[in-house]
Design a protein around this ligand. Structure first.
Ligand code: AMP
Ligand code: MG
Length: 278
């Protein structure tokens, strides 16, 4: 069973009532060992996704600054074959991107069949930072929830498996992580005065996240809240959810691979017997 919290479609979301800290009854050492197994399983499932080539997988990561998006991606996908994976960070849109609809730059990098695409931030920024910083009129971002749902439905109808993770940290944990970055030389490159500024809008961001999760968690593109104060537990909860989801497809993928294998083998047999005749 997965430790992630799946948001029911059209439900109310109150992030303050969802814990940021959980350990699933494990110690950190047990968790780390478990993660080694889980990352191996993800690797096997991704191999199958790639070989079958029938579906694509899109994994979206969102969360407040320091929530651990980079860390989770690094850990969960550590064993995956790079040939089948692309990860896309979404930054402040360029002039060209802003001259298009907000989904233009996103649609361009959705995964093709057999591929896994990882989004580090996503089209959800257009109802999060854009809303909080009032970058477009209210009417414009309000209309985006429907656009997002229609877009994700199109992807799903076209064979994309979509999983969306909100890495849920507490405000205290964020402060600790921001301060830790100042202490550690290796983490200093991540420092940004913007992060402290954004922190002042913590409540506005939480409210924007609550709306995004409530309005855009659907059967075909569910949102999961991940208690993310403990990094090792965060990774397990994400990995388990991916595994659980992909497992429901593996029988079909294996069947179609067997069918292809049978045809290819027959072709080779026919080729060899043809050679013998000539
Ligand atoms: P980081 O993920 O720390 O590299 O920062 C990327 C920055 O780009 C964040 O501050 C995001 O809020 C910002 N960003 C991403 N997408 C958008 C968007 N659609 N509009 C405005 N800012 C964005
Ligand atoms: Mg940042």
């Amino acid at each position: 069973m997965s430790h992630a919290i799946r948001i029911k479609p059209a439900s109310r979301v109150d992030l303050s009532s969802i814990p940021t800290s959980a350990d699933g009854g494990m110690t950190k050492e047990e968790g780390k060992a478990r993660m080694v197994e889980l990352s191996g399983e993800i690797n096997e499932l991704q191999d199958l996704l790639y070989a079958a080539g029938e579906q694509s997988l899109l994994v979206v990561f969102q969360g407040m600054d320091t929530a651990g998006k980079d860390g989770a991606i690094k850990s969960v996908f550590r064993s995956v074959d790079p040939l089948g994976v692309k990860s896309w960070p979404f930054k402040v849109p360029t002039e060209l991107e802003l001259a298009h609809d907000f989904l233009w730059r996103v649609h361009a990098v959705t995964p093709r069949k057999g591929q896994l695409a990882i989004f580090n931030r996503s089209h959800y920024e257009d109802v999060l930072v854009v809303r909080v910083k009032e970058l477009v009129p209210v009417k414009e971002w309000r209309a985006r929830y429907d656009h997002i749902n229609a877009f994700e439905k199109l992807l799903a109808d076209s064979g994309t498996i979509i999983l969306k993770f909100f890495l849920h940290i507490s405000k205290d944990e964020q402060e600790e992580r921001l301060l830790a970055r100042e202490e550690e030389v290796e983490k200093a490159w991540k420092l940004s005065v913007g992060d402290w500024k954004e922190r002042e809008s913590w409540n506005a961001y939480q409210a924007a996240y609550e709306d995004a999760l409530a309005k855009c968690s659907t059967k075909h593109a569910p949102w999961y809240v991940i208690p993310a104060d403990r990094k090792w537990f965060r990774d397990i909860a994400v990995a388990e959810t991916i595994i659980e989801t992909l497992k429901s497809y593996t029988d079909a993928w294996r069947e179609s691979l067997d069918a292809v294998g049978t045809i290819r083998k027959a072709e080779i047999d026919a080729f060899r017997s043809g050679q013998g005749e000539s």
